[in-house]
Design a protein around this ligand. Structure first.
Ligand code: NM2
Length: 532
């Protein structure tokens, strides 16, 4: 029990209970408050969220090509710990969960009906934007948000050789001794709250989709009760493996995941409209490149003022998305940093941004454009079905348009379950690690299980209240404080690496400089010891 960092543990638990319990007790009033919070945050601070996306992108591009980008994460001549394929696969599965199956399939349908820039719904322009926007929301800017926290963390791990498990430790170069005051605890608690909010959005979206798949396969209706059972089942799958310490279990799950994904995407690409998918995806790349900064900064400022009807597209989508990526970012940063030994900072930055974007583009291009094709050719009215039966059922109905449905629906459902379980696993691992003073090789078992079950609390409440905006609010509200942590993380990386680069001008690399400095300190200590 001594190993637990109680202030952080209790602080995070308190915060999540303080949000969940009133929502359980007063769901109707809760729904009103949640939607008000959503509106307030996105209207008032929308520009802040969009700024973070743009700033992260510009900052990482700068770092990648600056002298800081040349720093190697490890000793001179040290080999990369993982080859690039495994590295890319691992970082992708860490950062991406079941939501990509959900939004990859259906995001376009929302934009088709509610397009950006005041375009007419379902018009030809709306169609082009509807397939491009999803790729943008899962593109380089989003991945830049993910990579930012990895910079200081990886730098401390492999250059300064100070393993960082807490976000508060990663901002020590900026905050100094303040980290040892309650400010450090507040930073970790807010990071944990952010992650719980983000995971809440993920789990509350993923569970109804899995339930729709299970209904299709077994005929058991996807009621709310059924969804609760499914969420508990996903927790149980991973909890069992965590309990028995089956580290291999998760590794096997991730491998199965990779192969099932490759199978699913190839199947839809080949059996679906291959040419349409290729052409539309390629065209979308052009639309995004052409409008990258316009999309990144569009806030619909004139809206009602100029007598147009406000669409709230930026609030509903880009702002929500950046918030959602932000809440996951420190967590993904901890993971990406760990696997990047032997790479340069530049390789780490460009790798996440390029492979991450390409991976997401494959999901959106293939799954999304398959649905769009059905809609445009009139062979299946996706939009009509969605407005009647809701998005989760529509996702399964789209799969029914493929041959071999009896195989594809179960594969899709299993894939979603594994994606969801691995999100549970890694999120609870990190939550447990943050509330421990020391972590041997893994956080304590009970601690991990505790956070796994705590993680289900918020999504259960959100599902009960219902509505897409409610789910989005979890990430938007919880993400706001994390924005400031992101800023501190960027500053901290620049400060630490600039200091070392400056001090190492007599050496080949900051690494050597740091080693020499350590040797000097050690020698001084020894001398003192002898003197005493
Ligand atoms: N992001 C990538 O639910 C998930 O797939 C995890 C979602 C932030 C949009 C992350």
């Amino acid at each position: 029990m001594k190993i637990i960092d109680w202030p952080t543990f209790i602080g995070a638990l308190f915060l999540i209970l303080a949000v969940s319990i009133p929502l359980i007790l007063f769901p109707e009033a809760g729904a009103v408050v949640v939607n008000m919070a959503n509106e307030f945050m996105t209207e008032t601070f929308g520009v802040v969220y969009l700024f973070v996306g743009l700033a992260a992108f510009v900052f990482l591009m700068y770092v990648a090509f600056s002298k800081n980008g040349k720093v190697k994460l490890g000793y001179e001549g040290e080999k990369k710990e993982f080859n690039t394929f495994s590295w890319a696969a691992m970082m992708f599965s860490a950062g991406i969960g079941s939501s990509i199956l959900y939004w990859g399939m259906i995001e376009w349908a929302y934009y088709y009906q509610g397009p950006p820039f005041g375009l007419t719904p379902e018009s030809p322009e709306a169609i082009s934007w509807s397939t491009a926007y999803g790729i943008f929301h899962w593109g380089p800017m989003a991945w830049a948000i993910y990579t930012l926290p990895a910079l200081p963390i990886a730098y401390f791990y492999y250059v300064r050789k100070q393993p960082v498990l807490k976000i508060s430790e990663a901002v020590r170069p900026v905050l100094g001794k303040l980290v040892d005051t309650p400010i450090g605890v507040v930073i970790d608690v807010l990071f944990m709250f952010g992650l719980m909010g983000g995971a809440g959005t993920t789990l509350a979206l993923g569970t109804p989709m899995i339930a729709a798949g299970v209904e299709d396969i077994t005929g058991i209706p996807a009621t709310l009760g059924m969804q609760v059972v499914i969420m508990m089942l996903c927790t149980a799958i991973f909890a069992t493996s965590a309990y028995f310490g089956l580290k291999k279990g998760i590794k096997i799950l991730s491998d199965i995941n990779l192969w099932l994904t490759i199978f699913l995407l190839t199947f839809v690409f080949v059996m679906g409209p291959t040419l349409f998918i290729s052409n539309t995806t390629f065209t979308s790349i052009g639309i995004i490149l052409d409008n990258f900064f316009k999309m990144a900064t569009w806030l619909e400022p004139f809206g009602n003022l100029a007598g147009f009807e406000k669409t709230n597209f930026p609030q509903k989508w880009t702002i929500f998305y950046w918030a959602w990526w932000v809440v996951y970012a420190p967590f993904v940063g901890l993971f990406v940093a760990r696997i990047s030994r032997g790479r340069t900072i530049q390789e780490m930055i460009l790798g996440t941004m390029i492979y991450g974007t390409v991976g997401c583009m494959l999901f959106f291009g293939i799954l999304g454009n398959f649905g769009l094709y059905l809609q445009l050719t009139g062979s299946f009215d996706v939009i009509g079905y969605m407005n009647e039966a809701g998005a989760p059922a529509t996702i399964i109905a789209i799969l029914h348009q493929l041959p071999l449905t009896k195989i594809i629906v179960p594969i899709f459902t299993v894939l979603a379950i594994i994606f969801l379980s691995t999100t549970f696993d890694s999120a609870s691992f990190i939550l447990a690690a943050v509330v421990q003073k020391r972590v041997e090789s893994e956080p304590l078992r009970w601690n991990r299980l505790f956070w796994a079950f705590t993680l289900t609390l918020l999504p259960l409440v959100l599902m009960f209240i219902g509505g897409l905006e409610t789910l989005q609010t979890a990430s938007i509200v919880a993400g706001f404080p994390v924005i400031f942590i992101m800023f501190l993380l960027a500053w901290s990386f620049m400060k630490a690496s600039n200091e070392d680069i400056l001090a190492s001008k007599d050496y080949d690399s900051p690494m050597i400089h740091i080693r020499r400095r350590e040797e000097k300190i050690l020698k001084q200590k020894k001398r003192k010891l002898h003197g005493d």
